[in-house]
Design a protein around this ligand. Structure first.
Ligand SMILES: *[C@@H]1O[C@H](CO)[C@@H](O)[C@H](O)[C@H]1NC(C)=O
Ligand SMILES: *[C@@H]1O[C@H](CO)[C@@H](O)[C@H](O)[C@H]1NC(C)=O
Ligand SMILES: *[C@@H]1O[C@H](CO)[C@@H](O)[C@H](O)[C@H]1NC(C)=O
Ligand SMILES: *[C@@H]1O[C@H](CO)[C@@H](O)[C@H](O)[C@H]1NC(C)=O
Ligand SMILES: *[C@@H]1O[C@H](CO)[C@@H](O)[C@H](O)[C@H]1NC(C)=O
Length: 202
């Protein structure tokens, strides 16, 4: 089965549930694995939660079933897959993010229904020395989604309703550089790094 058809599979199987789909892959995969790949962990939901909900990897992916639909850890429906491969020692650093609206304007870069934030610590905490920060997404992606890499192993993630308005962010460190278009934050971060680099040389 080709990678493309693996990505299409959830859309065919779960037409009503494909609002947000996020797939986490181990750091040594060197890229985002497709949903259904043996080491990939996938979470998806079509719900819009009434308040921010935090999921710990070692809880949501802990039940060792290959697929699960439930409300076990939240007051809304979600689906997981790949949990049989979950390893608490693995650094899950690759985040494949795919979110398209089911209502309103459906367009990459426009504000999405949900906000996804990922964290290096349990219980959606920032940890480490120096401190590792959260990264977030609240813009719609295109239909195939995007592959992003965080500089740590994700231990927890939160799902909440995206805030109203025209601004959203795409793979933004601490939600900074909120932008109206996808990827602006990535460019902003690149420029910030460049600016720091130039300042050091000056
Ligand atoms: C990544 O590491 C795990 C655990 O050591 C190993 O089972 C897996 O084969 C590795 N994957 C790759 C692509 O190297
Ligand atoms: C999880 O499921 C796999 C496949 O069914 C099995 O080989 C493994 O022993 C199970 N692990 C635990 C901790 O139950
Ligand atoms: C996970 O990342 C941490 C911090 O970057 C590192 O110390 C650790 O060796 C990594 N673990 C694996 C299994 O690669
Ligand atoms: C996407 O859907 C959410 C929730 O229904 C809505 O608040 C938002 O305005 C929509 N985005 C656009 C660009 O229509
Ligand atoms: C979707 O966006 C990703 C990341 O920006 C890009 O690599 C990919 O080519 C895009 N796919 C389509 C069908 O536009």
């Amino acid at each position: 089965m080709s990678t493309a058809s693996l990505f299409l599979l959830p859309l065919l199987v779960l037409p009503a549930l494909a609002q947000l789909t996020v797939t986490f892959s181990p750091a040594n995969s060197t890229t985002c694995l497709a949903k259904g790949a043996s080491d990939a962990l996938t979470f998806s939901t079509g719900a819009i939660p009434s308040y921010s909900t935090c999921f710990n990897f070692n809880e949501v992916f802990a039940d060792n079933s290959s697929t699960d639909t439930g409300t076990a850890l939240a007051d809304f429906d979600y689906t997981i897959s790949g949990a049989q491969a979950f390893d608490s020692q693995t650094n899950y650093s690759y985040v494949h993010y795919q979110q398209t609206n089911t209502t309103g304007t459906i367009k990459a870069g426009k504000v999405a229904a949900l906000q996804l934030d990922v964290f290096p610590g349990q219980d959606c905490q920032e940890v480490g020395k120096p401190i590792e920060t959260w990264y977030g997404w609240s813009c719609q992606s295109n239909t195939t989604g995007e592959c992003d890499e965080v500089p740590y192993g994700v231990k927890s993630f939160s799902v909440s309703a995206a805030s109203d308005g025209s601004k959203c962010y795409d793979f933004a460190k601490e939600g900074k550089a909120a932008a109206g278009v996808a990827q602006a934050s990535r460019f902003a971060m690149a420029f910030a790094v460049l600016a720091v680099g130039l300042a050091l040389f000056a």
